[in-house]
Write a protein that binds this ligand. Sequence first.
Ligand code: NAI
Ligand code: NAD
Ligand code: ISE
Length: 338
Amino acid sequence: MTVRIGVIGTGAIGQEHIQRLSKKLVGSQVVAINDINETAAKTAVNRIGIDAQFYANAHDLIKASDVDAIVVTSWGPTHEEFVLASIAAGKPVFCEKPLAVTAAGCKKIVDAEIKHGKRLVQVGFMRPFDSTYRQLKSALDNDEIGQPLLLNCKHFNPEVGDSYTTDMAIVDTLIHELDVLRWLLDDDYTSARVIYPRKTSKASSHLMDPQIVILETKKGIVINTEIFVNCQYGYDIQCEVVGETGIASLPEPTQVPFRKGGNLQRAILVDWKKRFIDAYDVELQAFINNIVTGNFTEGASAWDGYAAAVAADACVKAQQTGNVEAIVMPATPSFYKK
Ligand code: NAI
Ligand code: NAD
Ligand code: ISE
């Protein structure tokens, strides 16, 4: 069976996903595309070399009879509308993070999916599919360092565009940690606080950068995450877990070490597309497999998207108040329990 996909949003990650769905993965074909920028969308599919119909209206694409499933890779604030429309059409939908930009928006999606009666939504949180995070999780699950006590994480990007604002450090960037750490620790967050260190001269006037977010969990673990999206030097994702008997760190992506010119050196990745390239493949193959089996067992659910957004809402509030803000996560509905 070949799953016929319609992609909404043919920007950076949309093009990446069209490429892998068309040329790399098994059982999928991109047959339809939509973007507010028609010329760029058509140029993109021509470059990739596929024959996909352009729809001027995303809702027409969602309803099209030859589209079996939807991939939403448009800007974050548009996700909620397109995911709700996909559920209304009874079609499986893979939505890039964030599922919606607020917890209230994610809750509407959760409610619509439960009302539909069958899981249709997968959120593009790819880190639980990444082999380095999986190695770290195995180490914790195998009790290699005893109980985790505190975490030190970094989410650094070399630079961001002018449209990137202070709250996006949470809803667009930290959202990955909010998702993956919940999975890694099998825990939920209880509070958040945000500290602004000295601001880099490389950030725009409307962006506080870097930021430090301190989260606490139900088990009492304290998580310190530095977000620095104009760090200049590379795309650097780090996660160090301090346990009762040792420290476990996220393995660095493999790079050839060089001894040359009087230096011992190893490259740091610069482009986010490369750091999790395999994880994107595995998560989207999982989406196709979920559709083929008719059983959404793999990948982040709408509930996971909601959980990350509940924490993100509190972090954004903490950015504004400077206070420790409570994170109150409702119990998981039985619909989403494995
Ligand atoms: P981008 O700006 O390159 O692409 C967004 C595209 O959506 C643009 O082509 C734009 O014209 C289109 N668009 C915007 N509003 C639209 C609408 N109403 N209808 C149809 N098309 C619309 O952005 P990028 O980097 O590709 O990000 C897209 C999404 O993917 C964001 O939600 C972002 O957070 C997520 N993302 C996820 C990553 C991951 O690691 N999982 C990495 C990069 C992005
Ligand atoms: P699992 O699927 O048995 O359960 C993990 C728990 O974490 C569940 O309660 C689930 O609701 C939750 N969860 C799943 N995805 C989440 C996310 N993105 N954010 C927050 N919580 C999440 O656990 P597992 O076997 O460790 O699998 C974890 C993920 O990795 C699954 O989606 C799985 O399909 C995938 N996986 C990938 C590979 C690979 O080779 N890359 C191999 C096996 C599994
Ligand atoms: C981007 O949208 C991503 O999802 C990247 O993984 C993240 O590192 C970056 O900060 C976001 O803007």
